[in-house]
Design a protein. Sequence first.
Length: 135
Amino acid sequence: MTPDFKNPDEFLRLEESAIDGTLIYDDYPPCEYKYFSKLSKLGYANRHKGWSEEICEAKQAELKRQYLSERQDFDRFFTAACAMQDNIRRGGMTIIEVDKAKTVEGKLKYALTALEQILNEDGFAKRNGLDKIIG
């Protein structure tokens, strides 16, 4: 079962386990895998290489900032990818309307709308004359 990474208490427990070297993070998402892997190495350095607690805490804070930034970038990319996928699906449905349209003007309107959706470019149809087409 994947942990709830958004739960602060659980996240803290996971961080402590990683530092102690007892966390198994093999199946975690990429951002979390990378973060907990680095924390595990940091804990190892503290235990076996004699790194001071102050150095480890500073390094841990730096790793946390990197993780949060990467997580934010990943979430933003994921949201954009979902929107693009939805627009492609909607564009595909609009293509069906192109085939159903009875007039050339109607087909052109639907074709421009489909292109706008598939390209994920708001205003594409209007900039290319959608509002000037009669029918």
